[in-house]
Design a protein around this ligand. Structure first.
Ligand SMILES: Cc1ncc(COP(=O)(O)O)c(C=O)c1O
Length: 448
């Protein structure tokens, strides 16, 4: 068994443990450290290619454990994490309160289903409602499910009030709302839709920050307008306050529902609990996921009472949605955001990061624009972002690229200025090397 395995410091050795027995042809090496089993990255890559569907272009790293903003791979190399599980690990890795709450709840009750009441679920709903515009919550397990809920709710509400013709949803080009059939149709990027026709009907696309494009599409068949206050996957594009105000006024005027997808921007990511608080606007429906559970899968669809009443028993449901374990984790995240000054930290560290990126832009002509709010920041490049991500990885800093040319920085909200400095130092060195190599190639080119 694992407990009998010996770990030889600095070496990876064969063990006779339950996992790496000779009968398991894949687990050639394993080591144990503080209860973690680590198998070499190369092994994991090969096994993954055999058994996992090929849907992700992964970086060649297998992460094993984490602490704060640091992650450690199977070879025990340390990485600085500016990805945070794609804007998920709001409290960083191994946050003691989160770990304790999850362990305690797991001992008590992990899951019982929505056939019964569950106190952690109610407590979480109360917290979300008391801190937002919303009156009611539906819990699910992911962002896509939260958006499916929002779309179903908007259609049901509009159906009941106006009849079956009123089912269209106006979404934005370059948006991202998920990978289910309805949410990928809502998503304004044809690359995620390719090959999945026939797509559900009733989705139209306008341009973010172009009010007239929304005005042109809205009509008596429109049930809702759906948008992200900052398009995260779409390249960190921030909505203008005046655009949102005009859209809200138009929606109110026509009794069309306004849905904010705050799956990436919510839970303190932009420096307020929800991004809509930056603007003098209020949606009718809002979706959350990612940071909500601090790493445990949980999604939520929040709505005003008037809208939420469109659902009744049987309208919608989820086996796992809002189970005690996920809700216990989300309660810790909310408490930490409100009580540990994390919103303030997201604002100030985010501003520090933004300023540092602007300074970098002033020196590096490959950077076109710095944009973002709080700790959702992006660097728009005049080159592909992938080689920069790979060079940062080689220097043990994890970042991410969206829309091919936009570097995205979404660290845990507990990130420090020192850690931001480290990121900036690595980016500076990576970009300088790139510039030197471009210059070298330019000089080496024969003049025509
Ligand atoms: C704004 C937004 N909506 C929806 C989703 C989908 O969330 P999930 O992957 O949890 O289904 C994402 C994921 O990146 C997102 O950023």
């Amino acid at each position: 068994m694992l407990s009998e395995a010996k770990y030889l410091k600095g070496t990876l050795s064969r063990f006779s443990c339950a996992y790496c027995t000779p009968e398991n042809p894949y687990a050639r090496f394993a080591c144990i450290r503080g209860g973690f089993v680590s198998v070499l990255t190369e092994d994991i890559q090969q096994r993954s290619a055999h058994t996992i569907m090929n849907t992700y272009a992964r970086l060649p790293v297998s992460l094993v454990r984490g602490k704060g903003c640091k992650l450690y791979d199977a070879e025990d190399r340390e990485y600085l994490d500016f990805v945070a599980g794609v804007a998920v690990n709001a409290l960083g890795h191994g946050h003691p309160d989160l770990v304790t709450a999850i362990a305690r709840q797991a001992q008590q009750l992990i899951h019982a289903s929505n056939l019964f009441y569950s106190e952690p679920q109610v407590r979480l709903a109360e917290q979300l409602v008391s801190r937002s515009f919303a009156d009611k919550v539906f819990f699910c397990n992911s962002g896509a499910e939260a958006n499916e809920t929002a779309l179903k709710l908007a259609r049901k509400y509009s159906f009941q009030k106006y009849g079956p013709h009123r089912h269209d949803v106006i979404c934005m080009n370059n948006s991202f709302h998920g990978r289910t059939l309805a949410t990928l149709t809502a998503t304004g990027q044809s690359k995620v839709q390719h090959g999945f026709a026939p797509l559900p009907q009733g989705f139209k696309h306008a341009d973010l920050n172009d009010f007239s494009s929304v005005e042109r599409l809205i009509d008596d068949n429109t049930a809702a307008v759906m948008l992200e206050p900052i398009q995260g996957e779409g390249g960190v594009v921030v909505a203008d306050g005046s655009f949102l105000k005009h859209v809200q006024a138009l929606c109110r005027h026509r009794d069309v529902l306004l849905i904010f997808d705050e799956i990436q921007t919510g839970m303190g990511r932009t420096g307020t609990l929800f991004a809509y608080e930056h603007y003098a606007v209020r949606p009718d429906i809002m979706t959350l996921a990612k940071g909500l559970g601090g790493g445990l899968p949980i999604g939520a669809c929040l709505a005003t009472d008037a809208v939420a009443q469109a659902f009744d028993p049987g309208s919608h449901g989820s086996t796992f949605g809002g189970n005690p374990l996920a809700c216990a984790a989300a309660l810790v995240v909310l408490n930490a955001l409100m009580d540990d000054n994390l919103l303030e930290r997201s604002r100030t560290t985010g501003a520090y990061l933004h300023k540092g990126l602007q300074e970098l832009q002033s020196r590096i002509p490959l950077i076109r624009e710095v944009r973002g709010l709080g700790l959702l920041q992006g660097l728009a490049l005049s080159m592909e972002g992938k080689p920069i991500v790979e060079s940062c990885l080689a220097r043990r800093v994890l970042i991410n690229c969206t829309m091919e040319t936009v570097l995205r920085f979404v660290p845990p909200l507990i990130v420090t200025n020192d850690e931001v400095d480290r990121l900036l130092e690595v980016l500076s060195s990576v970009f300088t090397t790139r510039l030197e190599s471009f210059e070298h190639h330019r000089r080496a080119m024969p003049r025509s």
